[in-house]
Design a protein around this ligand. Structure first.
Ligand code: SF4
Length: 499
């Protein structure tokens, strides 16, 4: 057996190899270069929860326990011989190509139906390759694969009482596509193995596949020889456009600056990096924007979590559920700051208590200052729909919103460290680089929205001491988000006044 043939494949390795065969060379020869920060552990956790739940889609089933691959294959053979009607993680191997089918439904004779479960709400292109690979392996093993389905969550499903698995999941019949892709699989496998077993590091240019359908963990290694910063560091530009520039040899910021068609916002970003100097400040624009604010000012920020599987009634998969807010209040110009906050306890649906506290804390006067209004406005309207008795108060808050992101998004205020982004996590340190009070990195446990969401989810299973610590972390994090807005507002006021 040649070295090329020895490269063992699984469905995920095959899919990664289809996207970029170099991933498999890296996994064998330089696994230590993989940047794990691309993996979102919370999302992976949700994925396995969804997979476990989907196993029950066809009633009783037998699960092949995860472990040694030969044992998994042997257990599957035994279950197939016994004509077990539904098997979860049924495992097969052909010519060094292994797969575990999420759900296998036995039909007459040697016919089977294959169900591949995804925790997403729609099918992605790469999922077809996954389904086709499994179809191919099972067919090669002698099974008559009648149907292949991709199962994903149904966003239209709204929970009402017990979970209804038939409604929660949508099974899309992808048999035709799997059959269409199947004839190419042998050649794809040969190519992946050839690249994976190369003696020297194979050359692959940077391409869309480094970022889509997923960020590749080997990007720091593969991009090590690119100038820093480069076209892929440009904020706000579509990936397709960046790759077009890269393919045309326009890689460094110096190269970009020579491009006559480079958009104004990108040009500003590149100029500020190459020729560092003063921040760009449009005083008149900022002054006009500040006229929209009416005191008292309510600086408001929500934290939410998005369970893949709806945990409360009247929610659907991946619904944003607000569990916390922070509120800094300034009653008059230069007035002292008042801080209010609310963080629900885990267990019960937090939306009612959040809505009640909001109505109490924010009367219908002044301006409600948020950063990126779509999120807060949408959540307020959702809660107003859900609780008609609180609708007036919640809609009044939504109607008084002023969006602090505007002067940064419109580049009225631009500073080089923003690197084209107007996210508050980039804007704040750009405007207050050395202020430890405003440093998200100095926080304990929770440093961003994703971590806040994960922290709240984990609180369900914490003991009292852990729970208390976690609550403190969440409160500090969300409190910093609204303090950040106050500081940005102050800086805008200073900028508007400066001669
Ligand atoms: S970073 Fe890009 S080129 Fe490198 S292994 Fe990943 S997908 Fe392939």
């Amino acid at each position: 057996m040649s070295k090329t043939e020895q490269v063992y494949l699984s469905k995920s390795k095959y899919c990664n190899g289809i996207t970029c065969p170099k991933t498999q060379w890296m996994a064998i020869h330089m696994p230590e270069e993989f940047d794990r920060s691309v993996l979102n552990e919370a999302i992976l956790e949700q994925g396995s929860e969804v997979g476990d739940l989907a196993m029950g889609l066809f009633g009783d089933y037998v699960e092949v326990p995860f472990g040694n691959l030969s044992e998994m294959i042997k257990i599957t053979q035994d279950l197939m011989e016994k004509r077990t009607p539904v098997i979860a993680e049924a495992s097969f191997s052909y010519d060094g190509c292994f797969c575990s089918a999420d759900i296998l439904v036995r039909k007459a004779g040697n016919a089977v139906e294959l169900y591949e479960v995804k925790s997403s709400t729609a099918v992605k292109e790469i999922n077809f390759h996954d389904a086709a690979y499994q179809y191919w392996v099972l067919t090669k093993c002698g099974w008559n694969v009648k149907k292949v389905f991709l199962v994903h969550l149904n966003t239209q499903y709204e929970r009402n009482g017990e979970l209804d698995l038939k409604q929660l999941f949508t099974a899309e019949d992808v048999t035709k596509t799997a059959k269409k892709f199947a004839p190419d699989i042998e050649e794809n496998i040969r190519h992946i193995r050839e690249v994976a077993s190369a003696k020297e590091e194979p050359y692959m240019p940077i391409g869309e596949y480094c970022f889509s359908p997923y960020d590749c963990g080997y990007y720091p290694w593969c991009s090590r020889n690119l100038p820093k910063p480069n076209v892929f560091d440009l904020g706000g530009m579509q990936l397709r456009k960046k790759v077009e520039y890269y393919d045309a040899g326009v890689v460094s910021f110096e190269d970009l600056l020579k491009q006559p068609k480079l958009g104004e916002a990108y040009r500003m970003q590149v100029e500020h990096v190459l020729h560092p100097g003063n921040d760009h400040i449009d005083r008149e624009g900022i002054a006009a924007f500040l006229k929209e604010f009416q005191y008292p000012l309510y600086f408001l920020d929500f934290e939410s979590f998005q369970p893949a599987i709806p945990v409360y009634d009247h929610t659907h998969p991946y619904q944003q559920i607000v569990f916390q807010y922070s509120l800094h209040i300034r009653k008059k110009p230069g007035g002292k700051l008042i801080h209010k906050e609310y963080l629900a306890m885990p267990g019960e649906d937090p939306r009612r208590s959040v809505a009640e506290h909001l109505c109490k804390d924010i009367p219908a006067d002044g301006s409600v200052v948020v950063y990126n209004q779509t999120f807060e406005k949408t959540r307020l309207r959702e809660m107003a729909n859900l609780f008609p008795d609180l609708a007036d108060g919640l809609l009044a808050i939504a109607d008084h919103i002023v969006d602090l992101i505007v002067p940064f998004r419109k580049r009225m205020y631009y500073s080089a460290p923003m690197m084209g982004s107007y996210s508050i996590k980039k804007v704040l340190p750009a405007l207050y680089p050395d202020d430890p009070e405003l440093d998200y990195h100095s926080l304990d446990g929770v440093h961003n929205g994703a971590e806040a969401s994960a922290a709240f989810t984990l609180m369900q299973d914490m003991d009292a001491e852990e729970l208390q610590k976690n609550r403190e972390n969440l409160l500090k994090y969300c409190g910093l988000d609204t303090l950040a807005m106050v500081k940005l507002f102050d800086r805008l006021e200073e900028a508007a006044k400066t001669e």
